[in-house]
Design a protein around this ligand. Structure first.
Ligand code: ADP
Ligand code: MG
Length: 373
């Protein structure tokens, strides 16, 4: 008798979902990204009991069309990508159609959505664990979409217990991630609040609909933070003749179109390279690739190293967006898309360090200057 058999569909769904939604942070990441992808200019994240009881994300984006109700939470159903070839020109955060289906499998989940044509009428959508639409009902709602995730991991006892045990730490991790989305999202108003049991609602942070990232940072971290920062606005080519290894790999980048850009930009804000203007711990460091928040440990290390040669006692505040050709990196590396593979990272890091050193060299390190906030 054959011993190799397929795992039944429901179990496969639960196994895969547990890789997409690994913690509180991934829930918020997926929902906030969906709101921004839907064109929202306002995103409100509401936690109940630090997320243990519920996480709600409300936006004022385009809403969901009735024709999509049946499929919205099915695995690999997405409005953003139809074939693998589209991935390199992707403009949205999402593309795999996995988040909502995974949340159905791992929480008590529902959506309320309304489009401008629906007036004050919205629709509540309820789903089965498989992502199949279970029921719809008419409710009062403002334009946009609210996604409600209750009792996360109720059916994964180990994860639920871990979440309960580390709740404060998990919640703080979520706030850090939301800070990054709020700071990078120009023109989007963010509001994040938490309602503790038998307590009152507290606002964790909020931003206005600012026209630039500097004002977002000021809203999130306080106006004083800004005064210790200098703008990052670096550009470098990745195929300078003579740099070992760089010419070859830079050529690989633009296989589709040889006029494709090989220029990499590093845009953002960083602490002035002056003792007293950094931070005691590296707790305020955010990295992005083409505005997508992600983990870039090697880039972080490189920037911190250069900074340390000017201010050995402190770590910098870093808000760094690496802007480069979409052919030059791959976001499809890990289920949560936080890990990004940068093509020819070694050459990129070398050039980045050099450009950053030049910026710091040109900066007056002895006399602290007043910066307008
Ligand atoms: P993906 O983002 O990869 O497409 P998701 O499972 O996160 O996959 O979402 C599935 C689809 O549901 C999206 O492609 C989008 O069309 C729709 N959707 C999800 N969230 C929202 C939202 N907040 N507003 C409007 N549409 C949404
Ligand atoms: Mg998504």
């Amino acid at each position: 008798m054959a011993t190799i058999k397929p795992i039944e569909g429901r179990s496969v769904h639960q196994i895969q979902s547990g890789q997409v939604i690994v913690d509180l942070q991934s829930v918020c990441k997926e929902l906030v990204e969906n709101s921004i992808d839907a064109g929202a200019t306002s995103v409100e994240v509401r936690f109940r009991n630090n997320g243990l009881d519920a996480i709600e994300v409300q936006d004022n984006g385009g809403g969901i069309a009735p024709d999509d109700y049946e499929t919205i939470a099915l695995k690999h159903y997405t409005s953003k990508l139809s074939s693998y070839d589209d991935l390199s020109s992707l403009q949205t955060f999402g593309f795999r159609g996995e988040a909502l289906s995974s949340l159905c499998a791992l929480s008590n989940f529902h959506i309320v959505t309304a489009r401008p044509v629906d007036g004050p009428r919205g629709t509540k959508l309820e789903f089965e664990q498989s992502g199949k639409l279970k029921a719809t009902s008419v409710v009062a709602a403002k334009q946009g979409t609210t996604v409600v995730v209750e009792s996360l991991f109720h059916n994964l006892p180990v994860r639920r217990k871990e979440l309960e045990k580390n709740l404060k730490r998990e919640y703080n991790k979520v706030l850090q991630l939301l800070n990054a989305y709020a700071c990078i999202s120009v023109g989007v108003k963010f509001s994040v609040s938490n309602l503790v049991p038998k307590g009152k609602k507290t606002i964790a942070f909020s931003t206005n609909s600012n026209a630039n990232t500097k004002d977002n940072i000021s809203n999130v971290y306080g106006a004083k933070t800004i005064t210790a920062l200098i703008p990052l606005n670096l550009a470098f080519e990745l195929d300078p003749s003579g740099r070992p290894g760089a010419t070859q790999s830079a050529r690989n980048w633009s296989t589709q179109d040889d006029s494709g850009s090989r220029t990499v930009k590093l845009v953002g804000h960083i602490s002035r390279p002056v003792v007293g203007e950094g931070r005691l711990t590296p707790d305020r460091q955010m990295f992005f690739v083409n505005s997508r928040p992600c983990n870039l440990p090697q880039v972080a290390k490189a920037i911190n190293e250069v900074y340390k040669s000017y201010n050995v006692t402190q770590s910098p505040f870093i808000f760094a967006d690496i802007q480069l050709d979409t052919n030059a990196y791959d976001v499809n590396v890990s289920p949560d898309k936080r890990t990004i593979m940068l093509h020819d990272q070694t050459a990129l890091l070398e050039s980045l360090k050099e450009a950053l050193s030049q910026l710091f060299e040109g900066h007056d390190q002895s006399v602290p200057q007043a910066h307008p906030s």
